[in-house]
Write a protein that binds this ligand. Structure first.
Ligand code: GDP
Length: 463
């Protein structure tokens, strides 16, 4: 493993009160002495000057320097942190100075995510925790931060490890049967294998549920709004966003890009996409915008089809206007998996009492004007995507975690049914081995270099 010193600015680019430079590598003591002009006691903050040249004629900055001696550091290597003034020029000058004196030590600029990658390679954290670091940095809702923090503390990893232990134990039970002819396997042995299978399946399902919830939180959802002009699409977007958002007035021919806005529903990120711009056009720029809207629709989860009490007798199966019919048809053709929620707006025009407008014909009646029915709509949206809004131990899972869990589930199921139907024991053992391998990819115990490279390249430089 490359453990030559790497250096990067760890704080965000731009101006700030403090800017932090971080150096990590093997055996930094000599290098630290040259950069700081003195030895540093590990884990003590020292106020010192960093000079441009050895003759100490020009000072670059007065900094606080902290030395974390391995293995008690983020990366598990020696780390030097310089807390300087937070300007890009001064930080660049400090980096340049360190690179100049660090040349002889093989120092170079760090690649994106390289500090965290070293922490992973040195066994300070596993892959789930490394990903959680990036997730905390990129989190854009409180729920996402809380779940990522739990993962960083090791909750997700612990569950995977517990399941792995159970799988290994089951493999032992199964493999110890291989040496016996079938008729000699006693009942209690078979029973304990069956019990262990059931225990694993129950445990697995729990992890899967928490991961799927977390995946929704991680990825967010996307909702397409469709309906005739004037039914209140913009008003509904404003009402859901709970603030006035600037929305381009959907006049045919003026749309230059897809109209979308990001809101949150109970901590879940939701992108609302207005389809008002989907008109036929000869304008190339507009065409690009329209293509983007189609792209967004293809990636969406839910279609809100909005009608209004102003115009009666409309429902999804009875759309009078040919144009809307065409658009709806095209939307559903592009994304046949879209879940549809029918919403009837402007209930305030018709009903004076809120109570009687609830849940008619599977249509959610709302009033964007008064706010009536919006909570029902929010609940329906979360219900459709399967989000339970209980934050207890949600695992902020990524797509690769879900894929690995699905593969694991497949192998466990196969192993279990092979066992139940009395099939060859080595078939069962082989499926359990595959299940174990899949689980191991989640924590990084069994993960290809390509995948590791991809995961860490998504980090920012300096992390
Ligand atoms: P869009 O063309 O579908 O985006 O519709 P708008 O949001 O621009 O609304 C069209 C008109 O309907 C505006 O005059 C809104 O004030 C009005 N409107 C929207 N929602 C409601 C509602 O819930 N009740 C009433 N009474 N009027 C509404």
């Amino acid at each position: 493993m490359d453990n030559k010193p790497i250096i990067a600015i760890a704080t965000a680019h731009g101006s700030g009160g403090i800017g932090i430079i971080r150096i990590s590598g093997h055996n930094l003591e000599n290098l630290i002495k040259i950069i700081c002009g003195q030895d540093l006691k590990p884990r003590y903050a020292s106020l010192l000057n960093i000079y441009e040249e050895d003759d100490k004629s020009n000072i670059i900055d007065k900094v606080i320097a902290v030395y974390f001696k391995n293995p008690h550091s983020y990366t598990g290597e020696d780390i030097l942190e310089l807390q300087a003034h937070g300007g890009m020029v001064v930080l660049d000058m400090l980096i340049q100075k360190c690179l100049n004196v660090g040349k002889n030590f093989g120092m170079r600029l760090a690649k994106a995510g390289e500090f965290t990658q070293r922490a992973f390679l040195n066994g300070k954290i596993d892959l789930i925790q490394a990903e959680a670091v990036a997730d905390i940095i990129n989190a854009n809702s409180e729920n996402a931060v809380k779940s990522a923090s739990l993962s960083l503390q090791g909750h997700f990893s612990k569950s995977i490890h517990e399941l792995l232990d159970k799988l290994i134990y089951l493999r032992l039970l199964i493999e110890s049967s291989i040496d016996f002819p079938e008729e000699e396997l006693d009942y209690s042995h078979t029973q304990s294998i069956e019990n262990q299978f059931n225990n694993i399946i129950e445990n697995f399902n729990q992890i899967m549920r928490k991961s799927q919830q977390g995946y929704i939180l991680h990825k967010g959802i996307s909702i397409v709004l469709a309906g005739e002009p004037n039914v209140g699409k913009s008003s509904l977007i404003n009402a859901l966003a709970q603030k006035d958002v600037a929305i381009v007035t959907p006049i045919a021919g003026t749309t230059r890009d897809k109209i979308s806005i990001d809101i949150q529903i109970n901590g879940v990120n939701v992108r609302l996409i207005d389809t008002a711009g989907l008109r036929e056009t000869n304008d190339t720029i507009e065409e690009i915008g329209i293509q983007r809207t189609w792209q967004a629709i293809q990636e969406s989860n839910i279609l809100l089809y909005i009608t209004s009490f102003e115009e009666q007798n409309q429902s999804i199966s009875n759309i009078n206007i040919p144009y809307e019919n065409k658009i709806m048809g095209a939307i559903l053709e592009k994304n046949p998996n879209l879940e549809i929620i029918q919403v009837k707006n402007k209930s305030d025009l018709v009903y004076k009492s809120d109570a009687i407008t609830r849940d008619m014909d599977n249509i959610i009646n709302i009033s964007a004007k008064t706010g009536y029915g919006l909570n029902d709509l929010r609940a329906k949206i979360l219900d459709i995507i399967g989000y339970k809004n209980d934050n207890e131990g949600i695992f902020l899972a990524r797509k690769r975690h879900i894929n690995a869990l699905q593969n694991t589930a497949h192998s466990i199921e196969l192993a279990h049914s092979n066992f139940k139907y009395g099939n060859q024991i080595d078939l069962i053992a082989e499926e359990l081995r595959i299940a174990q391998e899949n689980l191991n990819t989640i924590t990084g115990n069994f993960t290809s270099d390509d995948l590791l490279g991809k995961i860490f390249s998504e980090f920012c430089i300096g992390k």
